[in-house]
Design a protein around this ligand. Structure first.
Ligand code: BDP
Length: 701
């Protein structure tokens, strides 16, 4: 080969390599570290971060160093050296113990209240040199500070005069994986499980490290590895080393491992004839099991338990209460610092005719009976992760028990991995809801952070949407929900829009038109989905088992309360579930003034109208239209909004990479088709009940 050809081949290979490493297949999530476009800004960053001083050498320090090196190299296009001594423009990272320079700054008093995960990110003058400092009491806090800094750079923020101090408002920020041991994922729409049980505990899996790294980048510090419908096998001696291997991989990134425990395990695994929590042999079995786990995983987080729910075993099988069951496990975990997350997702139909009232009726009498290391984990709404529900009345009704909030990041009822639906507005609505438990401003947010009732420990869980699809979440925009879960769990006061903008910039680049268009698409998407599936407080409208499309007439022969028709309650008179004092009286599970507000037809917020009321077809809505006309208008608005989201996306062709553009475009195409079909299906079903009246918008069908 001639010299020239050789040179060209090398250049060609280099470009191919570069192109490949820059492939926009979604794998890199929001951690793309794309080059800074604006030369002036790049120069400013270059000057501000000319070297890294990070003396720590613990695994978490090494993770922080790697992140900084990769981040700065990506943004600035060249490696930034690591030095031992600070220079003008050094970035200094560490704890007062690991880094003498930080000790010299004398910031201990400022660091102390920030705890192990908090950090300071400040510009400072050290021996006459301008430096930037990330300081924490702990390496993990430093790592979080590093992720904060690379986020600032990725969103092209100024970095002069930094004076930031952060600490998480919720202590445990956990992804709940509903992953089965055979690799399938319950309600997973992004491929198979990331945990390759057959290969574990063998060689390290880069993907697992990248998972933990992505979690840490948004502050997630825990993962429940397996499905709440738990296979007891995960607790057996052959499986625990596999669990430990994952825990080892997560540890540098501060992600602790938790497991879902099958309450019937001692019996199911054949060790004992009973799983009665008051039986001393059962308690002993769990104590020994827990000890075995902690021998392998010293920082194991604890157990998540779905008990006496949807066929899962539980303490009630032995005439014991949820508290008795939870406390037995809690006592085994307490000496090691572990916790129990006991789910309140129960709906025994002997408790009340209205499914949504049952969890409250079962759990509120138990307030005060749970051990201190038990969380009662409550889904945001009283039904089941619907596109819109009022908050569960359990929030604000169990002041003596720390309540964990459970959100569904995976879009089981919100278009799965086909529809673009940004969930932060849904979670924001939940957090902002006022429970009135201690007068006004007793928000759900304050219940969950522990502030309202003075609980030290706090927890928010999100049912994960990750899988082994190359882009992790199936839909490129579903990544935003993983991102938003972490950001809101860290700071539940953040606005949905702030998070959307951060994510858009980091994930799609900083083109101003692209950013504003993407944010606007995201911000309207949840309301659009509500409109074309279940407006005005409708819920439970989804098809059997799959839960993708609405099917409001569906009757499930297995259970009345698994039937859409049970929730929708369409009849000749009208639509909606009467939960007023004339009906099931669910309104009275809330604190005043909510019961009166929800009870009154004219005072009930329209977004919850059909959740609380059976409304006549010709009743007048706020708009002055009849219910039927309003419904037609809302469904049509949803279809229009889906169309607009697609047009907005189309305006970005060429403004974002083509690879992901095409992928999103194809999904939006399906979303628009679905929206129109779902409007017809729902209105077509409702219309069948309207016998006597003629309405103006009936013709739209
Ligand atoms: C429902 C899901 C089901 C879960 C259940 C739960 O359809 O797959 O097992 O919740 O939360 O939403 O336990």
């Amino acid at each position: 080969m001639s010299q020239r050809w050789l040179a060209l081949t090398i250049i060609g290979l280099g470009l191919w390599g570069a192109g490949k490493s820059r492939a926009e297949d979604g794998y890199r999530l929001w951690l793309r570290y794309a080059p800074v476009e604006d030369p002036a800004l790049r120069e400013a960053y270059d000057k501000a971060f000319s070297s890294i001083v990070l003396p720590g050498d613990a695994p978490t320090d090494r993770a922080a160093l790697k992140e900084l090196q990769d981040g700065l190299k990506g943004y600035l296009g060249k490696p930034v050296p690591r030095l031992e001594e600070a220079q003008e423009g050094s970035l200094i990272v560490g704890t007062p113990q690991s880094c003498p320079l930080i000790a010299r700054l004398g910031w201990e008093k400022d660091l102390e209240p920030l705890g192990e995960e908090g950090y300071l990110l400040r510009s400072a003058l050290l021996d006459g040199r301008h430096v930037t400092v990330i300081a924490s009491e702990n390496s993990l806090g430093c790592l979080y500070g590093v992720f904060h800094l690379v986020r600032l750079l990725g969103t092209r923020q100024p970095v002069a005069g930094l004076s930031l101090s952060e600490k998480p408002k919720i202590k445990r920020r956990i992804l709940d994986h509903w992953d089965n041991l055979d690799g399938s994922i319950e309600r997973g729409y992004a491929g198979k499980s990331l945990w390759k049980w057959d290969e574990l505990p063998g060689k390290g899996d880069e993907r697992v490290t990248d998972y933990a790294r992505a979690c840490a980048s948004v502050g997630i510090n825990g993962a429940v590895l397996n499905n709440v419908n738990a296979d007891p096998l995960i607790l057996t001696t052959p499986y625990l080393p596999k669990v430990a291997a994952l825990a080892d991989a997560f540890r540098p990134y501060g992600v602790r491992v938790y497991l879902s425990a099958n309450f019937g395990a001692p019996k199911a695994l054949g060790a004992l004839a009973t799983a009665d929590p008051l039986n001393p042999s059962v308690a002993k079995w769990w104590r020994e099991k827990v000890n075995e786990i902690y021998r392998l995983i010293p920082d194991f987080g604890g157990f998540l338990v779905k008990a006496n729910s949807e066929g899962q075993p539980g303490p009630q099988d032995y005439g014991r209460t949820h508290a008795e069951g939870a406390n037995m496990l809690a006592k085994a975990l307490a000496p090691h610092g572990g916790v129990v997350m006991w789910r309140a997702f129960v709906y025994n139909d002997s408790v009340d005719k209205d499914r949504i009232k049952r969890a409250y009726k079962e759990f509120t009498p138990l307030d005060g009976q749970f051990d201190p290391n038990v969380f009662v984990q409550v889904k945001n709404g009283p039904l089941d992760f619907q596109p819109r529900e009022p908050f569960s009345p359990l929030f604000g009704a169990m002041p003596k028990t720390p309540l964990a909030a459970e959100w569904e990041v995976t879009q089981e009822y919100l278009g799965q991995s086909t529809h673009l639906v940004y969930l932060a507005p849904l979670w924001r609505e939940f957090l902002d809801s006022d429970t009135y438990a201690k007068g006004s401003d007793s928000t759900v947010e304050k219940v969950v952070t522990g502030e309202l009732d003075g609980h030290e420990d706090s927890l928010v869980a999100g049912v994960a949407n990750t899988g082994d699809d190359r882009n992790w979440c199936g839909h490129p925009f579903a990544q935003a929900n993983w991102y938003a879960f972490g950001r809101l769990a860290w700071d539940p006061a953040l606005s949905a829009e702030t998070i959307a903008e951060e994510w858009a910039r980091l994930t799609w680049g900083n083109n101003p038109q692209a950013v504003s268009t993407i944010v606007s698409m995201m911000m309207v998407s949840r309301e659009a989905f509500v409109d074309y599936t279940c407006p005005l407080g409708l819920a439970g409208v989804f098809e059997k088992d799959l839960h993708y499309a609405p099917d409001p007439g569906m009757v499930d022969p297995r259970r009345e309360d698994w039937s859409a028709a049970y929730y929708v309650r369409a009849d000749e008179k009208g639509l909606g579930f009467d939960r007023t004092r004339q009906g099931s009286d669910a309104v009275d599970q809330y604190h005043a003034p909510l019961p009166d507000q929800f009870n009154g037809l004219s005072t009930c917020p329209e977004k919850y109208l059909l959740w609380f009321h059976h409304v006549a077809w010709d009743d007048k809505m706020e708009s002055g239209k009849t219910l039927w006309d309003e419904l037609c208008g809302r469904y049509s608005r949803g279809v229009t909004e889906a169309d607009q989201i697609k047009s907005q996306w189309e305006s970005l062709k060429g403004k974002v990479d083509d690879e992901r553009w095409q992928e999103v475009e194809a999904k939006l195409d399906q979303q628009v088709k679905d929206a129109a079909a779902w409007r017809e299906k729902c209105l077509g079903y409702f219309q069948k009940f309207i016998k006597k009246l003629v309405f103006s918008e009936k013709t739209i069908l």
